[in-house]
Design a protein around this ligand. Structure first.
Ligand code: UD1
Length: 381
C-alpha cells in the first residue's frame, strides 16, 4: 500500500448511497495527510432529485468521476458499470475501494476491484433479509463474500457474516453511518419545515414511499396498495413521494389519476434528503418499503409500517418502531398509531453519529497509518 497518502475510491450509484458516503468523505477529507478520497458516481440514478439534490444537501463536491451508466436490465446495468469502472481503475489504480449498501453499483464495482486485486471495503455489510428473490440480497451476499473489510451497522449483521464463514478479522461493527449523515445536517432539517409545501400541520400526516419491484411491478398488487392508501387518506393525510419506477407503473395503469383526485393524498416527486427528512421529522407515521427509512424512523422514534414480508434490518422491528405489514393489515395498524398505541424505540448500539470516525480509525489500522493515539482510541470492537 502507498507510503504517502492512501488513495481511496468511494462508490456511489443510487439514491441510498449518497447519504452514506457523505460523512465518510468528510471524515477522510479531514485526514488529508493520510488519505485522498475520490467519489466515483456510476450514474445508476441520474434524475436531479435522485442524485444532484443529495450532493447539494451534503455539500459534496461534484463526483470526481461520473460513469453515466443509467438504467437497464440488471445484467446490462451491472455489466456496463463493470466495464466503465474497470477502465477507471486501470488508468488510476486506487489503494482501496469502498462500496456501500446493496445496489447494482455496489456489486458491479466489488467484482471489478477484486478481479484487479484491489482491496475492497463494504460499508453496511452483513444485512440479510433471507429473501433471495430480492436483487439486493444477491448483491449483499456476493459483495460480502468478496470484501476484505466488512463494516457492519449492528451486532446481528456480525452474526450473519460469521454464519456464512466470514473470518472475524474482516468484520468490524462501526454502527449505522446513516445516523452520522442525519446528525451532520440535523439543524438544516429542523429549520426546513417541508410540510408547509402542502399546507400540512406537524403530526397530522403520514409519509408514503414505495419502489420495491415486489410491490410496484405487479399491477394487481399495486392496485390493492393504492386503493388501501386512498381509503386510509380519509383518516390521515398522506404525502406520497413517488420514485420514478413507481410513477411509471402508476401512470401505465391509470392509478395516478385516482391518486390525483383523492383530496387526502398529496402525490409528489421524490424529495432531496433534507426536504425528505424534514417531512419525516414532523410526520405521524411512515409507510414504506425502503430499507433505510426503517432505520431512520427507529432512530427518530416515529412509527413505521413496512410493506414487505421480511427485512434485512430486523433490529428496527425488535428494538425499533418498525412493523412488517401486509396490505390488509394497514388499516388496523394506522388506527393503532393514531390512538397512540404503538411501540417505542430503544436506539441500537453504535447508532450515535460516530460511525465515520470509527471507520477512519479502522482504516488507519488496516493501511498501517495509525498512530499510538489512534490505537488507544479504537472503538467499535
Ligand atoms: C435501486 C436499488 C434499490 C434502492 C433504490 C432506491 C438495485 C438493484 N436497486 O432501485 O436497492 O432501494 O434504487 O432508489 O440497485 N429511474 C429514473 N431516474 C433515475 C433512476 C431510476 O427514471 O434517476 C427509473 C429507471 O429508468 C428504471 C427505474 O427507475 O425504470 C429503476 O431504477 P434502478 O436504479 O434500476 O432501480 P431502483 O428501482 O431505483
Amino acid at each position: 500500500m502507498n507510503t504517502t497518502t492512501v488513495f481511496i475510491h468511494l462508490i456511489a450509484g443510487a439514491r441510498p448511497n449518497y447519504m452514506k458516503i457523505a460523512p465518510l468523505y468528510k471524515a477522510l477529507e479531514a485526514e488529508s495527510d493520510l488519505f485522498s478520497a475520490q467519489i466515483i458516481h456510476t450514474g445508476q440514478h441520474y434524475d436531479t432529485n435522485m442524485y444532484q439534490a443529495f450532493f447539494r444537501d451534503f455539500d459534496l463536491p461534484d463526483p470526481h468521476v461520473y460513469l453515466g451508466i443509467g438504467s437497464g436490465s440488471h445484467a446490462q446495468q451491472t455489466a456496463k458499470i463493470m466495464m466503465a469502472y474497470e477502465e477507471v481503475c486501470m488508468q488510476n489504480r486506487p489503494d482501496l475501494t469502498v462500496v456501500v449498501g446493496d445496489v447494482n453499483s455496489t456489486l458491479a464495482c466489488a467484482l471489478v476491484v477484486k478481479k484487479l486485486n484491489i482491496p475492497l471495503a463494504h460499508l453496511e455489510a452483513g444485512l440479510r433479509s433471507g429473501d433471495r428473490e430480492m436483487p439486493e440480497e444477491i448483491n449483499r451476499i456476493v459483495t460480502d463474500t468478496l470484501a476484505d473489510i466488512l463494516w457492519t451497522p449492528s451486532r446481528d449483521a456480525d452474526e450473519n457474516l460469521r454464519r456464512e464463514g466470514i473470518p472475524d478479522g474482516r468484520i468490524r461493527c462501526v454502527g449505522n453511518v446513516m445516523i452520522d449523515s442525519l446528525e451532520m445536517v440535523r439543524g438544516t432539517i429542523e429549520r426546513r419545515e417541508a410540510y408547509r409545501t402542502w399546507h400540512l400541520e406537524p403530526g397530522n400526516y403520514a409519509v408514503l414511499t414505495l419502489h420495491r419491484p415486489a410491490n410496484v411491478d405487479d399491477d394487481r398488487r399495486l392496485r390493492r396498495i393504492i386503493e388501501t392508501i386512498i381509503s386510509l387518506s380519509e383518516k390521515i393525510a398522506i404525502v406520497f413521494l413517488a420514485h420514478p419506477r413507481t410513477r411509471k407503473r402508476l401512470v401505465g395503469s391509470g392509478l395516478d389519476r385516482d391518486l390525483e383526485s383523492s383530496p387526502g393524498v398529496y402525490f409528489a416527486e421524490p424529495l432531496s434528503y433534507i426536504d425528505f427528512m424534514s417531512l419525516v421529522f414532523a410526520s405521524r407515521m411512515v409507510i414504506t418499503d425502503s430499507g433505510g427509512i426503517q432505520e431512520e424512523t427507529t432512530y427518530l422514534n416515529i412509527p413505521c409500517l413496512t410493506l414487505r414480508p421480511n427485512t434485512e434490518r430486523p433490529i428496527t422491528v425488535t428494538q425499533g418502531t418498525n412493523e412488517l405489514v401486509e396490505v390488509d393489515e394497514l388499516q388496523d395498524c394506522v388506527s393503532a398509531i393514531l390512538k397512540g398505541d404503538w411501540k417505542k424505540a430503544t436506539r441500537p448500539d453504535f447508532w450515535d453519529g460516530k460511525s465515520s470516525a470509527r471507520i477512519v480509525s479502522h482504516l488507519k489500522e488496516f493501511t498501517g497509518s495509525e498512530t499510538s493515539v489512534d490505537r488507544q482510541n479504537t472503538v467499535g470492537e
